[in-house]
Structures are given as structure tokens and as C-alpha cells.
Design a protein around this ligand. Structure first.
Ligand SMILES: [Zn+2]
Length: 316
């Protein structure tokens, strides 16, 4: 093994670092502001924990809060780990499902007999803040597959065992956050809990393990996080506004439309006021089509059964 590596930065400059050095140390050598704002590294085109040592000569890019979606996804997934750590500290014995970043936030699935209430979410969020302030590192541990399976089996973590059995090679990585939490995860994550500046738990709903109705029922806690409180607040205002403009609520309040159980969900019956709004919109659209050189056509609403067979609609 070489005693030092050459690291190539995006501006093509090269830095020699001792073996065992990590991207975070390179970031620090460039500037403390960069190191403080760093979220994750890209090492040879792979997203890489900032604290994970280089394994050879490599190219390096430091992703910060200004690096866009990729960094935000890592940040939000890291917040999901913080959520799970808080749940395990408050409710020992809870079993873990998966905890990915999703559009606009993240979720984590939990297996627990007692349903989580709105008050529980507030308590969990407080605990998340408390753990965040402890500035705990996201530890990365390499575990031999057999050993990991044995340990998780002893802990009764059967969902985890199933995922490890399916996805792990000879070894797998496990990430820790404090003494109560460790999870089978490919990573990467932010280097420490203190990096997570602004987060909010939003709701809880039911989910099945692997989305399969024959499997155990889980509780899915949704949340979101942003690089700063201002962005989080703006997002929360936006979803409140969207709720107030929900067509299902407004449609009822303004007597525009209804949905009849007899016909089926999502099928809209327009009432006189709603039908008039619809007509005005349709008239305007048709005018626009013609003005822009399009032609109008009209097709039947019903057709031979075999057509819906070919289209795949019939089964539904
Ligand atoms: Zn993870």
C-alpha cells in the first residue's frame, strides 16, 4: 500500500495526501468555509462520505448546500437516519424498515404495535433536535454478511435480515448514529448530525413491507429537511397554501363538483356552477387551438371490449 495518494480537484490541480486522509481533510485544507458547508464528496464519480478515507489516487469534488439535488438527497436521507435514531431512543424495540429520500423529503418505515400519534411526532422531532445537537458522527462500519445476519437475527430484525440476504455481497456497510441506531445502508451520509440545520416531521401513514399487502404492516413517518430554516419555512407555507387550494375541498365548498361512490373514485360529476367553469375553459382552449393552427376532432367514449383488452384498461 502506498503511503500517500494524489487527489485531483475539479480545477485539475493535484494534492498529495497521506494514506488514511479523507475528503473532509482536503476540504479543510482548501478552506474552513468549504469544509463547514460540505455535504458529501464525489470520489471517482461515486458519492462518498466526507469522512471516508481515500483508497487510492482519485478525483475529488466537494458537494455543498449549493450543489443541488444530489447533495439535498444525501442530506434528506441523513435526516431519515436521525429520525430513526430518535424513534429507537424514545421507543426501544421498534423495528426498522427502509428510510429513503423522496421528492420533497424523506420517510422511514417502522414496525411497532402502538400507532404513532401527532403528539408522538412532536416528541420525536424534539428528540431529533436533541440528537442533532450532540453532533454525533455518521459512522461507517464494514460487516461480513454472515456475522451481520447472525447479529440482526438475534435482535429479531427479520426485515433487515431479508434485505441483507437479498442485497449484500460478502460484506455490507452499516451506518451508526449514536449508541442506539445502526442500519444496513449503502450510504453516503453527511459526516455528523450537527450538519442537519432545518427539518420537520409531516405525517404518519400505514405501509406494507416492500409494498406487499401480505407482509407486515408498518408505520411510515414522513418528513422533510432543507439546508436552512428559511427554505423550510417557505416550503411549509407552500404546502399549507396547496392544501387550502385542494380541488377536492374547494369543489365541495363552492358546490362545483362531487364524486359519487356508485360511479367510482376520481370520476367527477360537475354541478351547474362547475360545469359552467368547465365550459368557459373548454371554449377558451378550443379558440386557442384554432388560433394556433390546430384542427378539432371528436372520438367515441365507448368502443369494442377487445380495444380495452389491447390497451390493458379492461383488467382495471
Ligand atoms: Zn443511510
Amino acid at each position: 500500500m502506498s503511503s500517500s495518494y494524489f487527489i485531483t480537484l475539479p480545477d485539475h490541480s493535484r494534492k498529495e495526501v497521506p494514506a488514511g486522509a479523507s475528503p473532509l481533510e482536503v476540504a479543510r485544507s482548501i478552506g474552513s468555509r468549504l469544509a463547514d458547508d460540505a455535504v458529501v464528496a464525489r470520489v471517482d464519480d461515486k458519492l462518498w462520505d466526507l469522512a471516508r478515507p481515500f483508497e487510492g489516487d482519485a478525483t475529488l469534488e466537494i458537494l455543498t448546500s449549493r450543489s443541488g439535488e444530489e447533495a439535498l438527497k444525501v442530506y434528506r436521507h441523513s435526516t431519515a437516519h436521525l429520525l430513526a435514531a430518535a424513534v429507537l431512543e424514545l421507543y426501544p424495540g421498534t423495528k426498522l424498515g427502509v428510510g429513503p429520500a423522496i421528492e420533497n423529503g424523506f420517510y422511514y418505515d417502522f414496525e411497532r404495535e402502538t400507532p404513532f400519534t401527532t403528539e408522538d411526532l412532536e416528541r420525536i422531532e424534539k428528540k431529533m433536535q436533541e440528537i442533532r445537537d450532540r453532533d454525533l458522527p455518521y459512522g461507517r462500519v464494514i460487516v461480513p454478511k454472515e456475522e451481520g445476519l447472525r447479529r440482526y437475527h438475534e435482535l429479531g430484525e427479520e426485515m433487515k435480515c431479508e434485505m441483507i440476504a437479498e442485497k449484500a455481497g460478502e460484506t455490507f456497510t452499516e451506518y451508526t448514529l449514536g449508541p442506539h441506531f445502526s442500519d444496513f445502508c449503502l450510504g453516503p451520509h453527511v459526516p455528523s448530525s450537527k450538519r442537519l440545520k432545518a427539518f420537520k416531521l409531516l405525517s404518519v401513514s400505514g405501509a406494507y413491507f416492500k409494498g406487499d399487502q401480505s407482509r407486515q404492516q408498518l408505520q411510515r413517518i414522513y418528513g422533510t429537511s432543507f439546508f436552512n430554516q428559511k427554505d423550510l419555512d417557505a416550503y411549509l407555507v407552500r404546502i399549507e397554501e396547496a392544501k387550502r387550494r385542494d380541488h377536492r375541498v374547494l369543489g365541495k365548498q363552492l358546490d362545483l363538483l362531487s364524486i359519487q361512490e356508485l360511479a367510482g373514485p376520481g370520476l367527477i360529476f360537475f354541478h351547474p356552477k362547475g360545469a359552467l367553469v368547465r365550459k368557459l375553459l373548454e371554449d377558451w382552449m378550443r379558440e386557442q387551438y384554432l388560433a394556433r393552427g390546430y384542427s378539432l376532432v371528436s372520438t367515441p367514449h365507448i368502443a369494442r371490449e377487445s380495444l380495452w383488452q389491447i390497451s390493458g384498461h379492461l383488467d382495471n
